[in-house]
Design a protein. Sequence first.
Length: 219
Amino acid sequence: MKNISKEDYLSAIYKLRDEAGEIKPNIIAENLEISPAAVTDMLKKLSTDGFVQYKKYKGIKLTAKGERYAVHMIRKHRLWETFLFEVLKMPWEKIHSEAEKLEHSSSDELVDKLEEYLNYPKFDPHGYPIPDKNGSLPKHKPVIALSELRKNDKGTIARISDFKSELLVYAAKQGLSLGQKFTVKDKLDFDGSVIIKINTNEVSLSKKIASNIFIVMEE
């Protein structure tokens, strides 16, 4: 069984909030790849400790205490990801797991120095915004999942979920990266898969993959 810490749960809830809308235990379980029962048990503990508001069959919300804690950990995580990717040149499918180890052993002073060394980055290598030391996020346009788009819609890839390294490996093989503009050439009603065109290349994506790629719609 995977060992998922309290910090992992709070970070997951924070990250999923603006991607999945209402957050329920099954969504957390799917993204952390653990059983719904394990998620429910942890949510009860987090609720007792004042980190989340949780009632059965209802959406999960972070309390002010939970929000502060999650932002604190996410700041560390995303700065370490940026360092590993930009300075050490590690592939983006490996930096998430390494950053998880580093975030737990880093002092606030070290993380502040890391941020300064990196020249105060605003977004991590997967497109997620990095909170500053006061917990404020940089301004960014709202994102929606690629799976929500329709034929002929246009957009720019702004974020690719870092929950699963396999997705990042696949995205890299398909030549997908942040900042790419694309057009939806087709969307199949049968299974929700989409075909997008980037420059002259067409890429077919399953509904599951498309639901983990987030875009900014072209105005």
